[in-house]
Write a protein that binds this ligand. Structure first.
Ligand SMILES: Cc1cc2nc3c(=O)[nH]c(=O)nc-3n(C[C@H](O)[C@H](O)[C@H](O)COP(=O)(O)OP(=O)(O)OC[C@H]3O[C@@H](n4cnc5c(N)ncnc54)[C@H](O)[C@@H]3O)c2cc1C
Length: 472
């Protein structure tokens, strides 16, 4: 990168917020995927005006800009695959307002999700989206990925809580979408366009969030099943009984195998599936909800049920869920973490298909996730040092995504497309639809400077007339 550009960047954000040191470039070269790409420069922005001026400069020089929060994304969204400026938003971390009359919070994008949750809970309020990374990921990253989490089964995803945004466009303009009014049908819904756009259409610099009153109490239970069918039928039975739990998490037999022994809660030797179920609401209603759930799942092959009587016991149950990710490496050194989603009733079909594919390809597949909304975290456990394994995994991934689409699901429920799934976009979307998405990208970002190389790949056939932006 031209040295003069670095000088100009220092003029915008201050020399202390610009670094071309190799150590800084390395620490901003990766996210939660296994990929690494070095940027040319790392820039920390402190204000919307600074973000705007940095983007204008980059656009003038056709330099890629990569917005970055905590770098915890699972699909390579913030990776500088074409070099350029990694623009870090974590210094913009103020909670600007918590409006307890209108149940709205206004925040900067660098606020850590759990910090907002703690602040609103102190005021008797509640911000439901709860990615497992909430202690370190940022709300800007959550908006860009439309993050989910276990509570989404009852409360919905990040999209459902975004009332408005301030956004710096790829040409450096500052625009505002949505607002504080609960009803608003003025013009196009640009808020929805930016939510989940993976930092490819604009940089979010302020967020207006909808809050809820905090539920009075909650109750957690861990249920062990003889069979995966029993667990899957239980999910359908609970929802069929018109009970929407706050969370409905499941672990399959392979996952249980990874955590057995290390789990604080003993898991039966013949346990093939676990459901972690939590309900919330007014304290007086909770026992009734639990009873209703037990009544519908009791005939479905339960080995053991543990109902937490105290917050500590509830925490011990959640600890079982939290130890899953770190335990998986026991199975194999390399892990492909996919977050497919199918209609709730098709979860058993998906699990059976995964079992079949695992046997066919001779590759371990470990599944856990949010059964309540059909979002399954499919972990392909492998060793890429083995000859021919990379090609095998690629074919396996393609089959998994095809199966998901056949079951009327989606290849990503909450982690996005980024670089990891760009080559599979066409398994879910037809080329005409992809073409319209690319036109939106080209209209907002004519020089393709904002997060280039994400979501779309030029390896796909492009229908005639597509105005997709050219690579810088
Ligand atoms: C252990 C672990 C558990 C996780 N659990 C979950 C989970 O349960 N549910 C879930 O949904 N995700 C989960 N994730 C994925 C990840 O944490 C989320 O995608 C999170 O929303 C990313 O936030 P971040 O601040 O780290 O964003 P980054 O990784 O820094 O960026 C993610 C994307 O957002 C863009 N971006 C960042 N900030 C902005 C901004 N201000 N404006 C525009 N674009 C921006 C980036 O360019 C990139 O494309 C998990 C990750 C880990 C490592």
């Amino acid at each position: 990168m031209d040295e003069q550009v670095v000088v100009e960047l220092k003029g915008i954000v201050g020399a202390e917020n610009v670094s071309t040191a190799l150590t800084d470039k390395i620490t901003h070269s990766y996210d939660a995927t296994q990929e690494r790409h070095l940027p040319d420069v790392v820039v920390y922005a402190g204000t919307t005006a600074e973000v705007s001026r940095v983007v204008m400069l980059a656009n003038r020089h056709r330099i890629p800009v990569l917005p970055r929060g905590a770098g915890s994304g699972f699909t390579g969204g913030t990776l500088p695959v074409k070099g350029g400026i990694v623009l870090v938003l974590t210094h913009m971390d103020r909670i600007l307002e918590i409006d307890t009359d209108n149940l709205i919070a206004e925040v900067e994008p660098g606020v850590v999700t759990a910090e907002l949750q703690r602040q609103v809970e102190r005021r008797g309020l509640f911000y439901p989206p709860d990615p497992a990374s909430r202690e370190f990921c940022t709300l800007g990253g959550n908006v860009a990925e439309c993050a989910g989490g276990p509570r989404c089964v009852k409360y919905g995803v990040t999209r459902d809580y975004i009332m408005g945004l301030e956004v710096v466009t790829p040409e450096g303009d500052i625009i505002r979408t949505g607002g504080r009014a609960l009803k608003n049908v003025v013009g196009y819904d640009l808020t929805r366009l930016f939510v989940g756009s993976e930092g490819t259409l604009g940089i979010v610099t302020k967020i207006l969030l909808r809050l809820l009153p905090r539920p009075e109490a909650k109750k957690t239970m861990l249920v062990q099943f003889e069979t995966i069918e029993g667990a899957a039928q239980s999910v359908a039975a609970i929802i069929g009984a018109k009970i929407i739990p706050t969370t409905l998490e499941f672990l399959d037999a392979a996952t249980i195998g990874c955590i057995r022994g290390g789990s604080g809660i003993p898991l039966e030797a013949d346990c093939s599936a676990v459901l972690i179920i939590e309900v919330d609401g007014d304290a007086v209603t909770l026992d009734g909800q639990v009873e209703k759930i037990l009544a519908v799942i009791r005939p479905l092959g339960i080995l053991q049920t543990r109902i937490a009587a105290t917050p500590q016991e509830s925490e011990a149950i959640w600890q079982v869920r939290r130890m899953v990710s770190p335990s998986l490496r026991k199975v194999a050194p390399d892990k492909f973490n996919e977050d497919v989603v199918v209609p709730r009733s098709r979860v058993p079909d998906m699990i059976h298909a995964l079992e079949r594919l695992s046997a066919e390809y001779g590759v371990a597949i470990v599944n856990f996730g949010h059964a309540g909304d059909g979002n399954i975290h499919v972990n392909i456990m492998t060793d890429l040092r083995v000859d021919g394994m990379a090609g095998k995994v690629e074919r396996l991934l393609e089959e998994i995504f095809r199966t998901v689409v056949e079951l009327k699901g989606s290849i990503s429920g909450e982690h996005g497309i980024g670089t990891s799934k760009a080559r599979f976009l066409h398994t879910e979307l037809d080329l005409q639809t992809i073409s319209y998405m690319r036109r939106i990208k080209a209209a907002l970002d004519p020089n393709n400077i904002l997060n280039p190389g994400k979501i779309f790949t030029d390896r796909l056939p492009v229908p005639a007339g597509d105005a997709g932006g050219s690579e810088p």
